[in-house]
Design a binder for this molecule. Structure first.
Ligand code: PLP
Length: 451
């Protein structure tokens, strides 16, 4: 066993790590990340890595963007905190809300801020319930998400998440949540089924579920345009159109979880635009502030806002909000982040480098370990298989994804394994063509090492 640094030992003694095998971890300890610059980070031993997952799909502008550092510093000096409850506010809140309203992929009336993607989706659940109570549709409470969806870890958002580790032993999901099919054609298509037949079947299954549940009890559907943590699952062409037609038929509210796809990741400002989704509301987090400070938000349409307005009159308050709702430092950094996206044309930049990214991901499919390779914009993944033709998966005990991640780290590249056999790529949006080659040259070496 390699000897652990002092920092790693202190960490093991004191810190609980999310999404970590706490037992295995005691032997290896964490990689202590010490500093970052551009698309790179350095560990405590001075080793340099490309951050191939932008942290957790979030450090869109890289690691030392001076304008964001300046925005945070200036706000900290001027006013590090005020709350926005009951009659108080600060200028950065409205500045950020205006900027967001101007770019989101639906007509938003108001913005409700919070601190994380999980909180955003939790707020979505509460808002939908509040709205339906306000308009007298008190039975409409169920929310449909999808198997393999990732919507966060609060009690409500984890219920919407469609992954076993988020449910098992936590007594979840709660009874309001339903999970329909995951649109992963490579894994879940029937033999001989075309993409079109597959997406038709999924839409039919959704409709069956709605009818069985009783349409009058179904409030909303929530979906990531591209599923992230569930395996970077890119839906086949036409999928969302068919799903949306079913939802429209039964008057079901569409929440787009743009926590990963938002802010240019897929080559449009929002994933909803890339996939032709017409959401009633979106959740944003992560790249909203390039992850420099925690902040997230939910967009609210005029109908819902009017209902909230009427309802809040009844007991004299809208009974929801966090101490850190629209935190001024976070709002200042997020407003600056959106300003940078605009003035540096981040969407144009992503479109200019996406062809190289998509081609280099596609090339990984030639590797003997890779059963499927997929990418859109600057997000992609490979699915590792024991046998290509039959798509036979590796025994989970083999830890194939973790082995590739480890090998990639030896080659100076940080990537992430999902569900044991998928390896995801999602670099900071500021990557250039040469960086993309660098990322995938290292990934190819890593795969060769593991083969
Ligand atoms: N929604 C999506 C699509 C996500 O990918 C994530 C996190 O990865 C979340 C919600 C939860 O966000 P957070 O970890 O900030 O609570």
């Amino acid at each position: 066993m390699t000897s652990l640094s002092n920092a790693a030992v202190r960490d093991i003694e004191t810190v609980i790590h999310p999404y970590t095998n706490l037992d295995a971890f005691r032997g290896t300890g964490p990689m202590i990340i010490e500093r970052g610059e551009g698309i790179h980070v350095w560990d405590a031993d001075g080793r340099k890595y490309i951050e191939g997952l932008a942290g957790l799909w979030c450090t869109s502008l890289g690691y030392n963007e001076p304008e964001l550092i300046e925005a945070a510093t200036e706000q900290l000096r001027q006013l590090p905190f005020t709350h926005v409850f009951g009659g108080k506010s600060h200028e950065r809140a409205a500045e950020l809300a205006e900027k967001l309203k101007a770019i989101v992929p639906h007509k938003a009336s108001k913005i409700l801020f919070c601190g994380s993607g999980s909180e955003a989706n939790d707020q979505q659940v509460k808002l939908v319930w509040y709205y339906n109570n306000a308009r007298g549709q008190t039975k409409r409470k169920k929310i449909i998400s999808r198997q393999r969806a990732y919507h966060g870890v609060t009690v409500a958002s984890a219920s919407l998440t469609g992954l076993l580790p988020n449910h098992r032993d936590f007594d979840l999901p709660l009874s309001f949540a339903r999970h329909t099919d995951c649109p992963h054609y490579y894994r879940y298509a029937e033999p001989g089924e075309t993409e079109d037949e597959f997406t038709t079947r999924l839409a039919q299954n959704l409709e069956k579920m709605i009818i069985e549940e009783d349409p009058e009890t179904v409030a909303a559907f929530i979906a990531e345009p591209i599923m992230g943590a569930g395996g970077v699952i890119i839906p086949p062409e036409g999928y969302f159109q068919k799903i949306q037609a079913v939802l429209d038929k039964y008057g079901i509210y569409f929440i787009a979880d743009e926590v990963i796809c938002g802010f240019a990741r897929t080559g449009n400002m929002f994933g909803s635009q890339t996939f032709g989704i017409k959401p009633d509301s979106i959740s944003v987090a992560k790249a909203l502030s390039s992850a420099y400070v925690p902040i997230a938000a939910v967009t609210i349409g005029e109908d819902m806002y009017q209902a909230m307005l009427d309802e809040s009159k009844k007991i004299g308050t809208f009974g929801h909000g966090f101490t850190y709702t629209a935190h001024p430092v976070a709002a200042a950094v997020a407003a600056k982040t959106l300003e940078i996206y605009d003035k540096r044309n981040i969407v144009g930049h992503v479109r200019s480098v996406a062809p190289k990214f998509e081609a280099r991901v596609a090339r990984l499919a030639e590797h003997p370990l890779v059963g499927h390779a997929r990418a859109k914009g600057l997000i992609g993944a490979i699915e590792l298989v024991a046998e290509k033709t039959s798509k036979r998966s590796f025994d989970p005990a083999a830890g194939i994804g973790a082995a590739v991640v480890k090998a990639a780290e030896k080659h100076g590249l940080i990537v992430r394994a999902l569900g044991g056999d998928i390896v995801a790529f999602c670099p900071p949006l500021i990557v250039k063509d040469a960086d993309i080659d660098d990322i995938f040259d290292r990934a190819e070496h890593a795969l060769d090492d593991v083969e």
